[in-house]
Design a protein around this ligand. Structure first.
Ligand code: NAD
Ligand code: MG
Length: 514
């Protein structure tokens, strides 16, 4: 899919487009500049000499030509999508981001080079305002919109969030994290365009394979891969070294070597195991993740942590090993059991609390609203995790913010003997830890209520079940592996959008009392 930047003259399409292209490591095309180079004169001259219709014809031709080139970022002219056929073409071949800019700012920018803007000749301010009025409905009709009234450094992450496209550079070889409806059908091409090819092993579990493996296999075969499917039993009980060994052997049997690719199609159990198997098979081969649970889309698949459980505890052995691609296709969430979906929503809400008030507000509207906007919810939650990983890939500082809700949460999960699902336990943990933050004066009074209401609104539990002995919970918190030097540290919310990591607490009972 191409990325088109659109908006009136002066909204920054060329500047932002070239920055975005650099950021995503994609080619950049400025459609107007391209036409000028082709015709050999400035657009203002083309318009004057041959009229607007002729220019629009040239523009349509240039657009048609551009969509047939390899995927790129394309800065469009300010009226390039006025023709219905142009708009249909752009929307069929890519995503259109509309750049919203205050007219006063546009005027300031355009004053600098008004000779270049033929349709705005004459009294700049009045002609711009009448042009904007004329195109108001048109410009208003593009759903993906970004406000450009800030530094480019702050606009770019917002564009990446809307697109659901990120290039993660913080952990060795850069790789793309992409959220794309229907993207599974295209996985073969997405991998070959990233230099993967040859032999592949598709790993999935017994629930997911019957639903989605065929479509992934077909796409890989179409792109020229020789691929075998391995299906593992589902569930945390199988996140063991035995399953890892089974994957190594399946890889050998399928003829994989160090240049081959393993693909994880499933939830966090499948991706943790496949990632670890890939990290260690012949000392490391390529791997890619196709997360199929909400939790794995917004959490487990991003950040390069892989591993498995030991009888002594969860995730006790593993490696940081970044994949070549993460592709989340929100369409697959339609078959995810409701309880699993809600569990994922706990982590989504956590991401909202950590860094995205818009995401939090969306979730606070309740489960029905979230289901309506699931793709957007996934994109925003993915963006938060990517942003945290970029700042702190190996968990030395701010990445600890992701532990919000998890100190009490892990203890509750353990004492429930895993009858509470991880997300349910984290929801209970977030409610308890926000109350703690209020007691300590870290959070404003009222935050606990706000977070608790939002969690309950998407169907998550918020109270520690009666019958859980506080002493046992305290002990469980003390053995949590995330404690350092014997001190239990919490990541506590300050307000929606900000969490303070590393808060040491001696009296753990404080986290459990109402
Ligand atoms: P999971 O992989 O066990 O999947 C949950 C269940 O949903 C399974 O039964 C699975 O078969 C089924 N399922 C998955 N996708 C489906 C779909 N689209 N339709 C129907 N059924 C589907 O669990 P999870 O919640 O995705 O992941 C939990 C694991 O992730 C834990 O082992 C945890 O330790 C790990 N994790 C890892 C990281 C990390 O950074 N690596 C972060 C968080 C969690
Ligand atoms: Mg978690």
């Amino acid at each position: 899919m191409h990325i088109f930047l659109y908006g009136p003259s002066g909204s920054g399409k060329s500047t932002l487009g070239s920055l975005l292209a650099q950021d995503l490591e994609m080619p950049f095309l400025d459609l107007d500049a391209n036409i000028e180079a082709h015709v050999g004169m400035p657009i203002s001259s083309i318009m004057r000499a041959r009229g607007e219709e002729t220019f629009r014809d040239l523009e349509s031709l240039a657009l048609k030509d551009s969509v047939n080139q390899p995927v790129q970022v394309i800065a469009l002219g300010g009226g390039a999508l006025l023709r219905a056929e142009n708009r249909a073409l752009a929307e069929a071949h890519g995503q259109v981001i509309f750049l919203e800019t205050d007219p006063a700012v546009l005027i300031e920018r355009l004053k600098q080079d008004k000779n270049q803007r033929p349709l705005l000749a004459g009294e700049l301010e009045s002609s711009l305002r009448s042009l904007l009025r004329e195109r108001e409905d048109h410009y208003g009709s593009f759903p993906l919109r970004v406000n450009t009234g800030m530094e480019p450094g702050r606009i770019l992450p917002n564009i990446r969030t809307l697109l659901g496209r990120h290039r993660l550079r913080a952990m060795g070889a850069p790789y793309d994290v992409v959220v794309h409806e229907g993207g599974l059908d295209d996985i073969g091409n997405l991998l070959t365009s990233r230099g993967c090819g040859g032999t592949a092993l598709l790993v999935s579990d017994e629930h997911v394979a019957p639903l989605y493996a065929d479509c992934v296999l077909a796409s890989l075969q179409k792109a020229g891969f020789s691929v075998e499917l391995t299906v593992i039993p589902s569930g945390e009980d199988h996140k063991t070294v035995d399953t890892v060994a089974a994957l190594w052997r399946a890889a050998l049997a399928a003829g994989l070597d160090r240049k081959s690719t393993m693909l994880a199609l499933g939830g966090g159990v499948v991706s943790d195991l496949t990632g670890f198997a890939a990290a260690t098979f012949m000392r490391g081969c390529n791997w890619a993740v196709l997360p199929t649970t909400l939790l794995s889309m917004v959490d487990a698949s991003i950040g390069g942590k892989t591993g498995f459980d030991l009888p002594e505890g969860k995730n006790l052995a593993g490696a940081f090993y970044p994949p070549r691609l993460v592709l989340a296709d929100p369409q697959v969430l339609s078959t995810l059991p409701r309880r699993e979906l809600r569990g994922g929503l706990a982590e989504v809400l956590k991401h909202g609390v950590i860094a995205d008030p818009v995401l939090f507000d969306l979730c606070a509207q309740g489960e029905a609203a979230v289901m309506q906007a699931l793709s957007q919810v996934v994109k925003r939650a993915v963006a938060v995790k990517v942003q945290v990983i970029e700042q702190d890939p190996y968990e030395h500082g701010i990445r600890a913010a992701l532990n919000f809700g998890h100190t009490v949460g892990h203890a509750v999960e353990l004492i429930s003997a895993y009858s509470l699902q991880h997300g349910e336990a984290v929801a209970i943990g977030m409610a308890a830890e926000t109350k703690l933050a209020e007691k300590l004066g870290i959070a404003q009074i009222g935050l606990a209520r706000q977070i608790t209401d939002a969690l309950a609104g998407v169907g998550l539990p918020v109270a520690i079940p009666s019958g859980f002995a506080p002493e046992e919970l305290v002990n469980a918190m003390r053995v949590d592996k995330k404690k350092a030097d014997g001190v239990v540290r919490f990541a506590l919310p300050v307000k929606i959008g900000e969490v303070k990591p590393g808060v040491a607490i001696d009296d753990l009972m404080l986290a459990l009392e109402e």
